[in-house]
Write a protein that binds this ligand. Structure first.
Ligand SMILES: Cc1cc2nc3c(=O)[nH]c(=O)nc-3n(C[C@H](O)[C@H](O)[C@H](O)COP(=O)(O)OP(=O)(O)OC[C@H]3O[C@@H](n4cnc5c(N)ncnc54)[C@H](O)[C@@H]3O)c2cc1C
Ligand code: FES
Ligand code: FES
Length: 1414
């Protein structure tokens, strides 16, 4: 059925922002997001991913609920909502709640004034999540805030200021208790100025008294017309016919069953959170969709004597609310299943997903990944099914999943009407488990539901059930294992046998999709062990009542069952130095001004590239990319693509009038692949069509045939083997390394892999090219950090002078280095299309394509050899760095150079040699990323420092202090530096974090807890600023003064969210001595400022600020005589006077750049202008059984000189730190063995969310810091703090080391970055990691290749080997000891074992014996 049928669509009636919409041609394939943006031109709602994972598209949906007769408001992801399901609903977007033109809403005001926006791309989504929260809870609790924001990602801010904005609506503010004296953070915030060591410091970045009050009664009401419609109109089936799909929305169960019988293949779409992503990402097509949301029989709840029955279309949020109130009302023993479900629901998806996703959809569709199914199955919940032919029937999920693999729950024509969940019984133990890549809004890696009934008064198992999710293609029942255990006592023998049985029954093949196989196997038994402990704990509680006294002991030994980590809304403090009291009040420099576009970000009125309104006949471009990593292109068949509706043309390399080749630095690259491809994701051609939908549909129809080429190189190791590198190799050396190695006390060798990182800027790559129709001129609107490079590349592909190409960048929705070179390539492709068609062409990359095509941070391998003295002095270092550059050179060589120049971090190593090689591989080309190589090379440094600490027995902080730069030292490239502020930051961080007190507390905690450990680490930072070539540091500006006194400032820097325009305005205001309200900054354009350098390397404000200062000073000099003549005059008088005297009111400004240089042949120079210093201390807690971790506290001290704007600077520090935390602890890119990137969206690639922020988070700017080298004594701030994220990595490593030590494994150990839950768990070696089967590496094809890491399975078995001796109580010790026992083998004996049988000197850990041996 489609529009080709003669039937007419019903009218779709809904409201948007109070305006009635009647859509006569509602297309079922159209999502609300595209409808809002393209049809209604409401571009405040943003596209970030299209799959419900980022929250950028959040809107509020209000409906009248016939069941409760109430109006409900909920946040939802517009990208997943088909417009057809909006009949009778009211949609509120960010434009609907307030605007600059009318009146801004308190939420918009507070998020802006609390500095909660940087690039602003996530801000409308954040605003709408908070707004929806307030509509339901006008005075929200911290927990509600945390829930409301869990589904919104922000890549810039680090969330702290957004949370601060939310907190202003809260009643119950918690104290952070950071300061261990009588002052809490709240007291601190009340005091604007405090005296600290004689300096006036500030702790407030915004003034709450400026906020308009929030009055919940003044909000937009639910449209009365809709209310009337809902109450009075007779409900009837609605049908909407689209171009390809028909949507049918029945109102009764009978009708629904008839439809399902007629269209058995049609999905029942409720929330579309499962069907929607499938259509989008997997290309699934449904000609008919049935929507049961208006069927009352699927939307009800009913309590019976046995339990609770819920309609299948109930949203997960509703289910959660019902369960929450139920567990508080009825006895605990009856609600154990409900509690287990609630535990899963709290972290299932984000709020927006739970608000629309249905219970039925989760059960039916998510049969593999559902977090609910294991619990529903184990609790014997019943599905109430119905079909037209078969009537009704009931099935138990338990029986269904127990009866074998792969069977569909439903017959094709059947539907799920409701679900009955039973009450739990007395003495029943029920528990749920899940472990995900991120605690919230992430599918679990493995989940489980477990239920146990013991024979009353005994510990004999009567009934037992375990179900696992995500270990196979459906929820898996460990039926045999559980049956075998019935009749057994709940004791350690049972535990051992149960683990063996479970691992045998729930076997995961080595090549299982999703990878992490060994980890998943470990989770199977770790979860069971947790359940075992929980039951013991429960038995202990019952002991006095009915069970014999036998559990106290066991529990004591196994104390510290790790609880599920709950999210706490972070408490924070920010401390900075107040401006000099003598400073003029109108001078804004040094004050925490709000981001210039903050309010517009919050109202959705800030315009990004794709918000520019489409013009008539505009075309959309979709990229066609290579599906092979290395191959010859044999043919490209465009015929099928060209036949599709709306397709105008396919652009290929033949359409380029100029050159296809270009150079980023000096290695040639090409815009389109020509004859051969060198990575999956390389651009081959592009389809242009009348709409984005048509272009994308046609792009997948382009048929390309390939002939495979050898070799295919994906990993650093493969590149080394194939000698595949980009030239030149770089090396730096000081002292006499070889000689020094001869004289040291100890030498250690090791290596560390650091994984790559996706930029995940919230605004995907975007470009709009407008041919101007004469002289080959083109306007290029692009989201780029480097407009000049875009201009040059477009000019070169079109073979026109650069003067014909005008590049414009209004703002960029996050760049982080990913929009320096890559946008130019897309702009070139789009410009070729615009040139060929003569029409405006727009190209906005999908999130998936963006991640696939554009590369990211370079994975690194660092191999080191360190020579040191027993007192901790490091005397010799030889370190080799390899980076994975991908298939083209891009900026990889310069990144490696910077990595080498910055690898020393804060340490003076007298004899040092470092080498750097960039590997040429068949991965998409990697590129610049915040920190430019430093976060990788310095992590290697901190890693071997930690190893030296272990080897010397000294603490890591001692080793750091001993080797830290001292006065008079030079860097390894012979540049002078003054480490005074480095030491100050370090000492202040030590003090502010109460490091030693907390370290003692951590040790104490670790002694008391076996299965959970804490770790703490403090890391110093030295970050060098400037490009090594002077000309790269130049900048220019153009300042106009108009006759009304208003001033237009333009400069070469791009606003990426880092607040450059805000700071530049502060500079112009100070120089011209006028209020900021007189000044406007419009855009960055190659028309006004030519030959700009990229806005990168943190120096945007430094250099453009100097250029603007220069221009302003020129203007002021011209105005001065007039001002002197009329000192009482106003600014406008002086400007008018100047005009009348024919004095130019326009001036350019220029900054030549820093006097930097570097001679790579000699390995010497002054490549940097100055250094930024800092330090961070982080504390974490890990769950040794699952690998989960919690960021407890971070204290950061940064030296940013005299901050130009403390709010912006602290925002940069926090944002960078959180991005670093992502890099080092959670973000993982996965590639298939064929080089295909799997992780292409927020569903697979997890960046930090609100739940990842340290519970206590404090940032202080070092006071009294001066920097004569940069504008107004400030320092660059954008990149440095990213590295401080590694303090969390090392805190985790510290906790892991504590766990290993307690298990008797001492010494250094390899711990790669990121420290994911998988790595943490597998490094906490114990009986469970030992128990699991390990596959021979050659025996299977792994799901993913270790592009940036050593195979876990290569690392762990050695440790398993060592551990095995400790594990087996039956081991013949004499045989073990006489066999080839590896050195340092730890022998752990079962309790009671004769010590005399030990080999002399063998280490023993008897305390653990009973823990380790069953
Ligand atoms: C960003 C994101 C995060 C997520 N995180 C999690 C998570 O952490 N844990 C987890 O368990 N899940 C998670 N999910 C999955 C989510 O819970 C499911 O997609 C959701 O519950 C499906 O419900 P729906 O109404 O949206 O289904 P729809 O997409 O509307 O439909 C799902 C399918 O189920 C069938 N179906 C639905 N209802 C019935 C019925 N009554 N009778 C017969 N068939 C029916 C339909 O035919 C359809 O094929 C996540 C999803 C997203 C998008
Ligand atoms: S765009 Fe909708 S959630 Fe990302
Ligand atoms: S401000 Fe949140 S993504 Fe940029």
């Amino acid at each position: 059925m489609s529009s080709s049928t003669t039937a007419r669509s019903d009218e779709l009636i809904f409201f948007v922002n109070g305006r009635k919409i009647i859509e006569k041609n509602a297309d079922p394939e159209r999502m609300l997001l595209s409808y809002l943006r393209k049809r209604l031109h409401l571009t405040g709602t943003k596209y970030g991913c299209g799959t419900g994972g980022c929250g950028a598209c959040t809107v509020m949906i209000s409906t009248y609920e016939p069941f409760s007769k109430k109006i409900q408001h909920c946040s939802a992801n517009a990208c997943l909502i088909p417009i057809c399901c909006l009949y009778g609903a009211a949609v509120t977007t960010v434009e609907g709640i307030g605007s600059v033109k009318s009146r801004i809403h308190p939420v918009q005001e507070r998020i802006a004034k609390c500095h909660g926006s940087q690039c602003g791309f996530c801000t409308p989504g954040m605003v709408m999540s908070i707004y929806a929260l307030l509509r339901n809870h006008p005075e929200p609790t911290m927990e509600q805030i945390s829930e409301a924001l869990a589904g919104n990602l922000c890549r810039c801010t680090g969330y702290r200021p957004i949370i601060d904005a939310c907190k202003t609506f809260c009643k119950d503010l918690d104290c952070c208790k950071i300061r261990e004296n009588e002052n809490c953070c709240l007291d601190l915030k009340e005091n604007l100025l405090l005296s600290e060591k004689g300096k006036e410091i500030c702790t407030k970045l915004f003034a709450t008294d400026e906020f308009q009050p929030w009055d919940s009664t003044q909000e937009l009401i639910f449209p009365p017309k809709l209310l009337l419609m809902a109450k009075e109109q007779r409900k009837r089936t609605l049908v909407f016919y689209g171009e390809r799909t028909t949507w049918i929305s029945p109102v009764s169960l009978k009708e629904l069953l008839e439809l399902k019988a007629k269209y058995p293949k049609a999905p029942l779409v409720v929330g579309n959170t499962s069907v929607g992503p499938e259509i989008k990402c997997k290309g699934v097509f449904h000609p008919v969709i049935i929507s049961p949301i208006r069927v009352l029989e699927l939307n009800f709840l009913n309590f019976t004597s046995n339990g609770l029955t819920l309609g299948a279309a109930c949203s997960l949020s509703l289910v959660k609310d019902i369960l929450t109130s139920t567990v508080s009302e009825i006895p605990e023993e009856k609600t154990k299943v409900f509690r287990a479900l609630l535990q899963q629901l709290k972290t299932l998806g984000g709020q927006q997903i739970r608000n629309i996703a249905s219970l039925g959809g989760n059960i039916i569709k998510q049969h593999t990944t559902s977090d609910l199914n294991p619990i529903l199955a184990v609790s014997n919940s019943l599905l109430n099914l119905a079909s037209l032919a078969g009537g009704t029937r009931q099935i138990s999920l338990n029986e269904h999943f127990s009866s074998g693999f792969g069977k569909a729950i439903l017959k094709p024509e059947e539907i799920l009407v409701s679900l009955s969940i039973p009450y739990s019984k007395t003495g029943e133990f029920v528990a749920a488990f899940r472990q995900a890549q991120r605690r919230e809004n992430a599918l679990s890696i493995v989940n489980a539901g477990m239920r146990l009934i013991l024979d009353p008064g005994t510990d004999i198992i009567m009934d037992f059930g375990i179900f696992y999710g995500n270990v196979a293609s459906t929820t898996v029942c460990a039926k045999k294992s559980c049956q075998a255990l019935i009749g057994r006592c709940w004791n350690e023998q049972m535990l051992e046998e149960a683990c063996k049985l479970l691992l045998e029954e729930v076997s995961i093949p080595g090549s299982a999709p999703g990878g992490k196989v060994e980890y998943k196997r470990t989770l199977i038994v770790s979860f069971f062990f947790k359940f075992y402990l929980e039951v013991l704990q429960g038995l202990k509680l019952m002991e006095d009542e009915e069970y014999p006294h036998r559990y106290c002991d066991t529990i004591e030994k196994r104390k510290s069952i790790p609880d599920v980590f709950h999210n706490k809304i972070p408490q924070s403090s920010q401390i900075y130095q107040a401006v000099d009291p003598e400073q003029l009040s109108q001078d804004p420099v040094g004050r925490p001004l709000m981001h210039l576009a903050g309010i517009k970000h919050a109202t959705g009125e800030a315009i990004y590239c794709d918000d520019i309104r489409a013009v008539e006949e505009e075309l959309f471009l979709a990229i066609v990319t290579s599906s092979r990593p290395h191959a010859k292109i044999i043919s490209i068949d465009l015929s099928d693509a060209l036949k599709l509706p709306g397709v105008i043309d396919v652009i290929t390399v033949q359409d380029i009038p100029g050159t296809n080749e270009f150079c980023c630095i000096n290695e040639p690259e090409s815009v389109f692949a020509n004859h051969k491809v060198i990575c999956v994701g390389q651009i081959i051609c592009a389809v242009v069509a009348d709409t984005d939908v048509h272009a994308k549909r046609a792009a997948v129809k382009v048929k390309i045939t390939y002939e495979a080429l050898e070799p295919v190189i994906l990993t650093i190791e493969e590149a080394i083997k194939n000698n595949s590198f980009y030239d030149p190799e770089r090396k730096l050396e000081q002292g006499n390394v070889d000689e020094a190695f001869e004289t040291v006390d100890q030498i250690l060798e090791g290596e560390i892999h650091i994984g790559g990182q996706e930029h995940f800027y919230m605004e995907t790559q975007s470009v709009l090219v407008v041919p101007k129709g004469e002289d080959k001129e083109m306007d290029v609107y692009v989201s780029s950090q480097h407009p000049t490079f875009t201009q040059e590349l477009v000019a070169s592909v079109l073979n026109v002078p650069s003067s014909r190409i005008m590049c414009h960048v209004k703002r960029v929705g996050g760049g982080f280095g990913g929009k320096v070179t890559k946008p130019a390539i897309l702009a070139a492709v789009t410009a070729v299309a615009a040139n060929k068609t003569g029409r405006v062409v727009r190209c906005i990359l999908d999130r998936g394509d963006d991640m696939l095509i554009t590369g990211g941070r370079h994975p690194f391998l660092g191999k080191y050899r360190v020579g040191f003295m027993n007192d901790g002095r490091i005397m010799a270092l030889d370190v080799r760095y390899y980076s994975n550059g991908g298939c083209t050179a891009d900026e990889s060589i310069v990144i490696m150079e910077t990595a080498l120049l910055r690898m020393d971090n804060a340490y003076m190593i007298p004899n040092l040699r470092c080498w750097g090689k960039v590997c040429k591989t068949n991965l998409p080309s990697n590129t610049a990323f915040r920190g430019f190589g430093f976060p990788q090379s310095a992590l290697v440094t901190e890693s071997w420092i930690t190893d030296v600490a272990i080897k010397t027995g000294l603490s890591p902080e001692k080793i750091r202090e001993i080797n830290m730069y001292k006065k008079g030292n030079q860097t390894h490239y012979k540049q002078d530096l003054d480490p005074n502020n480095l030491v100050k930051c370090w000492n202040e961080c030590m003090e502010k974090s109460s490091y030693y007190i907390r370290k003692t507390a951590v040790d104490k905690f670790n002694k008391q807890n076996y299965w959970k450990k804490k770790g703490i680490a403090i890391i110093p930072l030295k970050y060098s600023i400037g490009f090594e070539a002077m000309f790269l540091n130049q900048a220019a500006a153009l300042v106009h003064i108009y006759m009304d006194g208003s001033v237009l400032v333009t400069h070469g820097g791009v606003e990426l969210g880092q607040g450059i325009h805000t700071k530049i305005m502060q500079v112009a205001s100070r120089e011209l001595k006028i209020p900021t309200s007189f000044i406007h900054i419009c855009e960055t354009s190659t028309v006004t400022v030519p030959n700009t350098r990229p806005t990168a390397a943190s120096i945007g404000t430094d250099i453009n600020g100097m250029a603007v200062k220069n221009a302003c000073q020129t203007l002021l000099k011209r105005l001065q005589p007039i001002m002197d003549k009329n000192p009482e005059g106003t600014w406008k008088d002086w400007v008018t006077g100047a005009f009348r005297q024919s004095i130019s009111l326009s001036a350019t400004g220029f900054f030549r750049g820093y006097d930097t240089n570097m001679n790579w042949d000699k390995g010497e120079g002054r490549p940097f202008e100055y250094f930024v210093y800092g330090a961070a201390c982080s504390e974490v807690e890990i769950d040794c059984l699952t690998g989960d971790h919690k960021n407890i506290r971070t204290d950061i001290i940064m030296d940013v000189g005299c901050s130009l704007n403390p709010a912006v600077d602290i925002g940069q520090i926090e944002g960078a730190f959180v991005q670093g935390l992502g890099l080092y602890t959670m973000e993982e890119l996965k590639y298939s063995p064929e080089g295909v990137l799997y992780t292409r969206g927020p569903d697979q690639y997890k960046i930090p969310a609100v739940c990842d922020i340290p519970e206590q988070f404090s940032v202080s700017l070092l006071s009294s810091s001066q920097n004569p080298n940069a504008i107004y004594s400030s320092k660059a701030v954008g990149e440095p703090a990213l590295f401080l994220g590694c303090s969390v990595f090392f805190a985790i490593k510290d906790a892991v080391a504590a766990a290993r030590q307690e298990r008797g494994i001492t010494g250094t150990f390899t711990f790669h970055s990121p420290s994911t839950a998988e790595r943490i768990r597998m490094a906490c070696v114990d009986q469970f990691t030992k128990m699991i089967p390990w596959d021979e590496p050659e025996s299977y094809v792994p799901w993913a290749v270790p592009v940036d890491q050593s195979l876990l399975s290569q690392q762990i078995p050695q440790e398993q080997e060592r551990f095995q001796y400790a594990m087996d109580p039956q081991t013949d010790l004499k045989r073990v000891l006489s066999a080839a026992t590896p050195p340092n083998t730890l022998i752990i004996f079962p309790e009671g074992q004769e010590r005399s049988s030990l080999k002399q000197g063998a280490p023993v850990c008897q305390r653990d014996a009973s823990l380790l041996c069953f």
